[in-house]
Design a protein around this ligand. Sequence first.
Ligand code: SF4
Length: 173
Amino acid sequence: MYLNNIKLLFIQPCVAESKKIRFKAEFSSDVSNIMPYLNSVVKSGSYNSNMPSFTFKKDSRLINIYANDMTVAKAINETDAYSIMDFVKDLINETYDNKNSIEPNYEMRKKPSAFKIYSYLPKKNCKKCGETTCIAFASKLLTGVKTLNQCDVLEEEQYKEKLKSLNDLLELV
Ligand code: SF4
C-alpha cells in the first residue's frame, strides 16, 4: 500500500466558521510524487509544484495535502475528521494503484480574477445584491464577503450555464 496510515495531530475551532472545526493530520510517508496524478483525477483541485501541495474541496470542506501531512478547514466535527482522513487515504491509494493509466498533470491552476468572475455575471448593475455594480459584486465573491445566491438574476433560466461556470470558478476561492 502506498500510504499506510494517517494520524490525527490536533483539532481546533475553524477560523472561517465558528461552529465547524479544522484539523491537521500526518501521513505515514511522503505523498508528493502522487500529487500530479491527483491533479488529473480531481479536476477542481489546485496543484502547487513549488510547495508541493494539492488543494481541493469536498462539499464545504477545504482539504490541503502537503508532502507529509494534510490540513482541513470547515470539517463538521471529530467524526467527520476521521471520515475525511479515510477518504483522503483511499483517494491517494486508489490514484497510486491506477497511476499507470493516468496522465500526470503538472499544471498549476490560477485563482480567477474579479474580471473573469464578472464575465459570467448578468452585467445588469441592478443593485439587487446590495452592490452598485456587477464588477463590485465579483470582487466581493472573490474575498468571500458575498455568495452567488445573493444575485437573484443568476436564478433565471438563461443564466443556468453561467451559474454552473461560476460555481466551478469559485470552487477553491
Ligand atoms: S444582483 Fe446580479 S445582476 Fe444585479 S448588480 Fe448584483 S451581480 Fe449584477
